[in-house]
Design a protein around this ligand. Structure first.
Ligand code: SF4
Length: 225
């Protein structure tokens, strides 16, 4: 079997850095050099995740971009950092675990259609589920349509599903507009009114997340006292 070019997460011991629990090594063994779908052909790193393994909040995006593929960590390039800034307004960094629906980069120009992406997501699904079960977060933040589809079996649009507390295997799922949509719309030349409406929705989603997080923190504090 051909070896992947590089698996940064494994080489850097990224998981050790965050005090990963024992069953993470199983996840690394199973997925650290994964070739289950053809995205392995164009990737540099398998981007499994980053953050606190005891986080109350797991943020799930779509897939790593070029910068993330290079670094081997999710949400570290321009758009990812922008998303982090928004999320940090609602939840502190030490209570977040970051990952994506797909662990390998999707090269936009490679002509991957929607059907193929669905197949890749099915292949990568056990990895996402394994990560959810290790981190065991109280809240899953599904950023955008692909993440929403990973946790909720509904074809309803984001606008209908956001600002509602959904459930996935006993965990709260909040569907949010991906803040990256703001910069994409800006680049696409969207008018001021469209951008303002989108920004309003992102702010509102972050407030909804903040309220849910504070509620869970308050509940946990009460149980401890
Ligand atoms: S996207 Fe997921 S299933 Fe496909 S090669 Fe990467 S880790 Fe494996």
């Amino acid at each position: 079997m051909e070896k992947p070019k590089k698996v940064f997460n494994v080489e850097r011991g990224l998981f050790d850095k965050f005090g990963a629990p024992g069953d993470v090594s199983e996840l690394l063994t199973d997925w650290g050099t994964c070739r289950r779908c053809e995205l392995c052909e164009g990737r540099r790193s398998v981007v499994l995740g980053d953050g606190s393994w005891t986080a109350k909040v797991m943020v799930v995006g779509q897939w790593p971009g070029m910068g993330e593929d290079k670094e081997g960590r999710p949400f570290v390039a321009r758009e990812g950092l922008n998303i982090k800034r928004w999320i940090h307004g609602a939840v502190p960094e030490n209570d977040i675990f970051w990952t994506n629906v797909l662990a390998c980069r999707v090269k936009e120009k490679a002509g991957y259609g929607a059907q193929l992406r669905r197949e890749y997501m099915e292949e990568c699904r056990p990895r996402l589920e394994g990560t959810v079960s290790i981190v065991n977060p109280d809240i899953i933040v599904a950023l955008g349509t692909h993440a929403k589809n990973a946790f909720l079996s509904t074809s309803a649009s984001l606008s209908v599903l956001r600002e509602v507390r959904h459930k996935y295997k006993g965990k709260m799922v909040l569907v949010c507009i991906n803040p990256a949509a703001l910069s994409r719309q800006r680049q696409a030349g969207a008018d001021k009114r469209t951008l303002a409406a989108l920004e309003e929705m992102v702010i509102s989603d972050m407030q909804f997340l903040s309220d849910a997080y504070q509620e869970i923190k308050g509940r946990d504090n009460n149980e401890e006292s």
